[in-house]
Design a protein around this ligand. Structure first.
Ligand code: NAY
Length: 292
């Protein structure tokens, strides 16, 4: 798992205009990311619209990406589900497909308590022999630091994807669980700050859209060029804020990529896709913001 580090897109899943998974576009898009020097891939997470897909579709997408990415970069498969049983099926499949590790949001919707969440991760870790990265994300429910520390002691649980914004807790978690416990920054707006506080990698939605910009941010921080990192991060935040302000981020990212000639496909409903004039307008705004 140590080689799962650096800039890691939470990869989008390309669907065709009728919402079917588009495996040709999936191959092409994976090639696009690999050609942009990203360091790893995180599949079928929230940006990958994993929760909008059937398990069989998630498996097909994983197999297709693996065809292209295997032996090139480490691939982590998000297998999160509302129920343990389905997660375990996806986890077994990810292992067979050759994934480096799996990851999962905590079970959501019913506001499960710490004991139930602990058991969810423990059951998966025991059922499948593949490293697991737990996931702290406000959308699914923030994990208390004490729970992260407890989970980190389970064999097989090798890291946390930390999308909450209280990133001063990152060194605290490392202190408790040791430096080998991997931590991934999850908020793209905090990419440079996350790297400064010692994450092993950054995983996020906007590394699909601006992979080069975030690789530059990563390298600038690693080379102690904080001034440059700050300048690039400021630009990144302007771009992110604009796309997020549409309230339709995943469809927005796909729209901007399509408009630039990259076949990222469309988003599944209830996301609202951008077409024609709206697609052009979004890209126009983004170009203006980037040039500011
Ligand atoms: C995933 O599973 O797709 C992710 O890694 C998601 C990470 C994103 N967080 C959320 C809550 O969606 O990349 C971030 C986020 O989109 C970005 O910081 C913009 O706010």
């Amino acid at each position: 798992i140590k080689d799962f580090n650096g800039v890691i897109p939470a990869a989008i899943t390309p669907f065709d205009i009728n919402e079917n998974i588009d495996l040709d576009a999936t191959r092409e898009f994976t090639e696009f990311l690999l050609g942009n020097d990203i360091h790893g891939l995180y599949l079928t997470g929230s940006t990958g619209e994993g929760f909008l897909m059937k398990s069989e579709e998630r498996m097909k997408v994983v197999e297709t990406v693996m065809e292209v990415a295997k032996d090139k970069v480490p691939v982590v498969v998000h297998v999160g589900n509302i129920g343990t049983k389905r997660t375990i099926e996806l986890a077994r499949h990810a292992k067979e497909a050759g994934a480096t590790a799996i990851s999962s949001v905590p079970p959501f919707y019913w506001h499960f308590d710490s004991k139930q969440i602990f058991n969810y991760y423990k059951d998966i870790a025991e059922a499948v022999d593949i490293p697991m990265i737990i996931y702290n994300v406000p959308l699914a429910g923030v994990l208390p630091i004490s729970l992260i520390k407890e989970l980190g002691k389970i064999d097989n649980i090798v890291g946390v994807k930390y999308t909450n914004t209280d990133i001063y807790q990152i060194p605290v978690i490392k202190d408790e669980l040791g430096d080998d416990f991997m931590i991934y920054g999850g908020a793209d707006e905090l990419a440079s700050s996350n790297i400064l506080v010692g994450v092993d990698g950054i995983v996020g939605s906007f590394y699909n859209l601006f992979p080069g910009l975030f690789v530059d941010i990563y390298n600038a921080v690693k080379n102690d060029n904080v001034k440059e990192a700050y300048k690039l991060q400021e630009k990144a935040v302007r771009l992110i804020n604009y796309v997020v302000s549409t309230n339709n981020m995943v469809a927005g990212i796909k729209s901007i990529l399509r408009d630039a000639g990259i076949n990222a496909g469309y988003a599944r409903k209830p996301f609202l896709n951008f077409y024609d004039k709206d697609q052009e307008q979004l890209s126009k705004e983004i170009i203006e913001i980037a040039d500011k």
